[in-house]
Design a protein around this ligand. Structure first.
Ligand SMILES: [Ca+2]
Ligand SMILES: [Ca+2]
Ligand SMILES: [Ca+2]
Length: 119
C-alpha cells in the first residue's frame, strides 16, 4: 500500500512539474502554442544551442549553410513532400527562425554564423 502511494505521489509531482513548465513557457519568450508546436520549438532550441553545426566538426561553414539551403521551402506541416526519407526533409534543427517553414530567413541566420566555432 505504501509503495502505491509513493508511486502515485511521484506521478502527481511529474504531472505538476510538466504543467508548471508549460505555464512558464510564455515567460521564457515562448508564446502559448499548441503542445506539438511548443515541443517542436523546444526541440529546435535544444538542437541549435546557438550553433547550427550539422556535421559536428566544430565550425559553421559551407556544409552547414548547405544543409539549411537544401531544405528551402520545406515546412513542418509537410516535412517530406516527395515521400522519400533519403532526400532532405524538414526538421526543426534547420528551422533557425522557428516558424514552421525553412526559408530565406533561416538561410540568412546560418550564413550570419559562417566561420563561427562551436563548443
Ligand atoms: Ca560544420
Ligand atoms: Ca524527402
Ligand atoms: Ca523558418
Amino acid at each position: 500500500m505504501r509503495h502505491t502511494a509513493t508511486r502515485l505521489s511521484r506521478a502527481v509531482l511529474v504531472v505538476l512539474a510538466l504543467a508548471v513548465s508549460l505555464a512558464l513557457l510564455p515567460y521564457m519568450g515562448l508564446p502559448y502554442q499548441p503542445l506539438e508546436v511548443t515541443a517542436m520549438r523546444l526541440t529546435s532550441i535544444l538542437y541549435h544551442d546557438g550553433c547550427p553545426d550539422y556535421d559536428h566538426n566544430g565550425i559553421i561553414e559551407a556544409y552547414d549553410i548547405g544543409q539549411v539551403a537544401l531544405r528551402w521551402t520545406l515546412t513542418a506541416a509537410n516535412p517530406d513532400p516527395d515521400g522519400d526519407p533519403g532526400t532532405p526533409n524538414y526538421a526543426p534543427e534547420y528551422d533557425l527562425e522557428f516558424d514552421g517553414v525553412i526559408d530565406m530567413r533561416d538561410i540568412t541566420e546560418v550564413t550570419k554564423d559562417f566561420g563561427d566555432t562551436c563548443d
